[in-house]
Ligand binder design. Structure first.
Ligand SMILES: [Zn+2]
Ligand SMILES: [Zn+2]
Length: 159
């Protein structure tokens, strides 16, 4: 057992069919909703609701999920991970910021704890997406302290 993890709060989740399970430990980094077009595909319509977790604290504990990688607007690889059996979106990671992964809140065993604090990529939100519920909004990616580079962070606009 990794003694570094002792005493931290563990969260668990998995896909709809039970083939893939994962777990991660507190502290988490942030909870957000990403409205970008790619996340709309991954979510099936709305934004992707994610909790950002340190990759070293995250483990797949059962199954072998599948991956699909695309290029972001800034040319970074973004990999979305999902169950190959039932298709549930599970988490994603990017080489733009490889310290973190973004776990889909809907795949958690207890999603209710992870209310989003930020809305990002609101520039790509559909006009019928619900707006105005939260104060922190970014038209693209928010700046991340110590990050190599974000996708043209641009704090923007109240819509
Ligand atoms: Zn599944
Ligand atoms: Zn997105």
């Amino acid at each position: 057992m990794d003694s570094k993890l002792t005493g931290k709060v563990k969260h668990m989740g998995g896909c709809a069919c039970g083939e893939v399970r994962y777990g991660f430990y507190e502290p988490t980094v942030t909870n957000l909703a990403c409205h970008c077009r790619a996340c709309q595909y991954a979510s099936g319509g709305g934004p992707a609701y994610v909790v950002t977790v340190r990759r070293e604290e995250f483990r797949v504990t059962r199954g072998r999920p599948r991956e699909f990688t695309t290029l972001s607007e800034a040319g970074h690889h973004v990999t979305r991970v999902f169950c190959g059996e039932c298709g549930s979106p599970l988490y994603s990671y990017s080489d733009a910021e490889d310290r973190f992964c973004a776990v889909k809140v809907g795949s958690l065993d207890e999603p209710g704890k992870f209310k989003p604090r930020l809305h990002i990529w609101t520039s790509e939100a559909q006009p019928w997406h619900k707006r105005g519920l939260f104060s922190a909004k970014f038209r693209k990616n928010p700046p991340i302290r110590g990050a190599k580079r974000t996708d043209a962070a641009e704090n923007g606009g109240n819509d």
